[in-house]
Design a protein around this ligand. Structure first.
Ligand code: NI
Length: 136
């Protein structure tokens, strides 16, 4: 029986959405307030979901303490209270949209979670706007 276990986490980070090859007007038109040249912050809410077989010995899909620790090492430590554009290598040449942040988090977590389990990342940029990435 395959079950999905979920762990919620939280981080604050600053970003700016823009393309260097567009002028300020075009960036403002496309990215709105998120293109503010002085950066701004979001309170990101994250749900990491892992789907796998229930281990008959433990009754666990995966130990949630271990998942908590992985999220801390792979997401909170590198992203919390950071300027995503300037301090996080993956966003040096990648717009830190919610979509791309979810992909970066998924890639970081995927390396640490057993390949026989499915992984999905849900990222809320605001209480009403969220994205889901499951690796395809
Ligand atoms: Ni923004």
């Amino acid at each position: 029986m395959r079950v999905t276990v979920n762990r919620k986490a939280h981080f604050n980070a600053a970003h700016r959405l823009y393309r260097k090859d567009w002028d300020d007007h075009k960036n403002e038109q496309v990215f709105g307030k998120c293109s503010n040249p002085h950066y701004h912050g979001h309170n990101y809410e994250l749900i990491v979901s892992v789907t796998g077989e229930v281990d008959p010995e433990t009754g666990f899909v995966m130990d949630l303490k271990k998942l908590k620790e992985l999220i801390y090492q792979e997401v909170e430590l590198p992203l919390d209270h950071k300027n995503l554009n300037t301090e996080v290598a993956e966003f040096r040449n990648l717009n830190p949209t919610a979509e791309n942040i979810a992909i970066v988090i998924w890639n970081r977590m995927r390396r640490k979670i057993s390949q026989d389990m499915d992984l999905s990342v849900t990222l809320y940029e605001t209480p009403r706007n969220f994205v889901v990435y499951s690796g395809s």
